[in-house]
Design a protein around this ligand. Sequence first.
Ligand SMILES: [Ca+2]
Length: 326
Amino acid sequence: MSEKLLLIDTDCGIDDAQAIMMALAVPRVKVLGITCCFGNASVEDVCQNVLRVLSVCEKTQIPVFRGAAGPLVGTPDLPISHFGTDGLGDVFEDRDSERWKTPIQTEHAVNSMIRLVSENTGQVSVVALGPLTNLALAVRLDPSFPQKLKNLFIMGGNMEGKGNRTVCGEFNFVMDPESAYIVLEEFLCPTYIASWEFTCRHKLSWDYFDEWINQDTAAARFMKKITSKCWAYSRDTVTSKDVVFGPGFVSYDSYAMAAAIDISVVTGSMECAVRVELQGAVCRGMMALDLCDKLKKQHHVFVMKECDIGKFSQLLMGALRQPCKA
Ligand SMILES: [Ca+2]
């Protein structure tokens, strides 16, 4: 099977770390670079978090680029505490040390995306795991950027109008609705979306989680550590996810990553036009599905609906079997 080229755009919190590890664990996947965006934490923390993940997986040859520090419009709604103030559960004492700052590339994330995709036209899958600010900036700097992609996988948005950050808004889209709008209007490449509801509807059990983090590997010990004090991984915490979908463990970003690695993980999807609401008092940042073609948009996306949970859980289990031999 031929090698898959991935470019990962992330606001590296704990679930991003899980998704990135999933990609690093698959031998036929080559990660060209990881571009960072604000979101779960400041972009500075996000860069450091990615470097920690690469370090534990012994993949520090993969370049890490600093990108957008805030949304296109307005100020970032920080600090976010879903995964701790640093995005990785506030368990490390060497935050901001030179070890985690020095390796960050000097090239800006958006320039690096355009360069890496242009060097591999038609071959790169972009996996977007955070606010879509870097991608929106990329299409503004290079309008041909989307058509140079092989495809685009996004974790974000809604398919049922249910929200986690706001009443109807999913975190990644609500953090920068204008960027989400630009990407879904202007990226005409094949686009696959793992919405918040899709990920929650395919949650895994806490028994799976326990087995997963108790594997005897460096990556599993790392995951056990970063989830140890995080309220989002406490069985006693009731979140909006639990209220709407029932209890369980959801590795949100990993669903978009799994689809990028092996599209057969997605066993059903809705093919339709979508648009992000920018004006609504309640619905700003919500993704609307145009199932009856009212918008008359030519470009349709694939909104994931069904998942092969067996394949998904195997890919996720493998994510923590690292470092693995090349
Ligand atoms: Ca994320």
